[in-house]
Design a protein around this ligand. Structure first.
Ligand code: HEM
Length: 409
């Protein structure tokens, strides 16, 4: 490993954890590329940065959504994810109702129906791309319901969300990718503007209509703020949960005995989800910007420095997660940082846990074994999120072919 590791290099993207272990050994705050940003590798320092918005601003994250080469406004880059208190808190309150436990409980039966249908589809085909057959359609359908979008446009939503989170990985010479991102933003704007115009004329029971009615300090949201919300929720709610499900499938392929244990005892599924989130978090890192000169763990960071908080590394910090490179279903330990920490803590944490639990309950009730059908996986090229581009697998039903649904209903 050279002196400064490039987090967009192929060697890092293919096996980040070995590199992160080495970086943690070097110290809690180490300089990396691209751009000589500072990587926070350990749990305590990661928490410290994430809860101190006045020293470490979320404007740092904005650079990933509004790169210099992008010659147009990206409404996503103006969403609450990139704002600091107090402006952040006022906007956050507007959407929190939609994620309240009662609202989520009403979704469970519908999610189960969709998951059941996709497990059945997978069992019919046997050899599938897991991303396309299972991991993507469930969260895409749920986000479609919540936002009031046309669920039949799954593939398109997924491409949009994927494009928005991979923008940070574009190399300066890759003009083809830049043109594609421009086109994506135009398509998204046309589509979401249409949704807002429709709901202005005929409100429905969805978030787009709620947001149109919402007021901050007596004023309605501007059209740009409305678009920003819709972009954020689509991106935050899709790619992340898709990759959580992908990672669950990868764990099943590496540890077939765990799939059998979950079939025996589906009550272990929430534990399995928590350990998967720790072991392979779909949001690998988040960015902050130093608002003033600051010393972090003895390292002097100048005002304006970019700080990349590695959630993946903090989740394997030896001090809190001994033997962190092992997947241990019974693992205890402090709260994982997979959903962040502090004022920007993920608003969809309960929703994604619900989606994953119901999806896996349906999955383990019908599938006894899942095998990977490739020797090599391609991973998304992005600084902040991680997931396989495709996941060719073969799924096997138990000999008897009998689902074990009785224990779950
Ligand atoms: C496995 C699934 C998910 C993971 C790992 C995840 C992870 C995260 C993380 C790490 C943050 C904090 C980013 C930061 O501090 O800069 C975040 C924020 C956020 N997430 Fe999630 N997320 C997931 C699913 C979802 C879902 C399903 C939704 C909604 C439908 C959602 C909505 C949000 C929103 C709105 C924020 C911004 C909160 C704020 O800025 O105050 N997330 N998420």
């Amino acid at each position: 490993m050279g002196n400064r590791l490039d987090l967009l290099s192929r060697e890092y993207l293919e096996s980040p954890h070995a590199h992160l272990t080495e970086l943690r050994r070097r110290g809690p705050v180490v300089q990396v590329d691209p751009g000589g940003m500072w990587l926070v590798t350990r749990y305590e320092e990661a928490q410290q940065v994430l809860k101190s918005a006045s020293l470490f601003s979320s404007q740092g994250l904005r650079a990933s959504a509004q790169p210099a080469w992008l010659q147009r406004v990206n409404p996503f880059a103006d969403s609450l994810l990139f704002l600091d208190p107090p402006q952040h808190g006022r906007l956050r309150a507007l959407v929190s109702r939609a994620f309240a436990p009662a609202a989520l409980a009403r979704l469970e039966a519908r999610i189960r129906g969709v998951a059941r249908e996709h497990v059945a589809g997978m069992m019919n085909q046997k050899n599938v791309d897991f991303v396309d057959a299972f991991a993507m359609p469930i969260p895409a359908t749920v986000m479609g319901w919540l936002l009031g979008l046309d669920a039949s446009l799954h593939q398109r939503f997924n491409r949009w969300a994927n494009d928005l989170v991979t923008m940070s990985g574009v190399r300066p010479e890759d003009t083809g990718a830049m043109a594609r991102y421009h086109q994506t933003l135009e398509e998204m704007e046309r589509y979401f503007q249409g949704v807002l115009d429709d709901r202005r004329d005929a409100p429905r029971d969805d978030m787009a209509s709620d947001l149109l009615r919402a007021q901050v300090e007596g004023e309605a949201l501007t059209n740009h703020e409305l678009l920003s919300f819709l972009y954020l929720l689509l991106v935050a709610g899709l790619e992340t949960t898709v990759n959580l499900l992908n990672q669950c499938a990868l764990v099943f392929s590496q540890h077939p005995e765990l799939l059998l244990r979950l079939r025996e005892d589906p009550a272990l599924i929430p534990r399995f989800i928590e350990e998967t989130l720790r072991y392979e978090p779909s949001v690998m890192a988040t960015l902050r910007l130093c608002t003033q000169d600051v010393t972090l763990a003895g390292v002097e960071l100048p005002r304006g420095a970019l700080v990349l908080v590695s959630l993946a590394s903090a989740n394997r910090d030896e001090k809190y997660f001994p033997d962190g490179d092992r997947f241990i279903l019974e693992r205890e330990g402090p709260q994982r940082l997979s959903f962040g920490h502090g004022p920007h803590f993920c608003m969809g944490a309960m929703l994604s846990r619900l989606e994953a639990r119901v999806a896996l309950e349906e999955f383990v009730s019908r599938v006894e074994r899942l095998e990977l059908r490739t020797d090599h996986l391609d991973w998304t090229t992005a600084l902040l999120v991680r997931g396989p581009v495709t996941l060719p697998v073969e799924v096997f039903a138990p000999e008897s072919g009998q689902p074990v649904t009785a224990r779950i209903a």
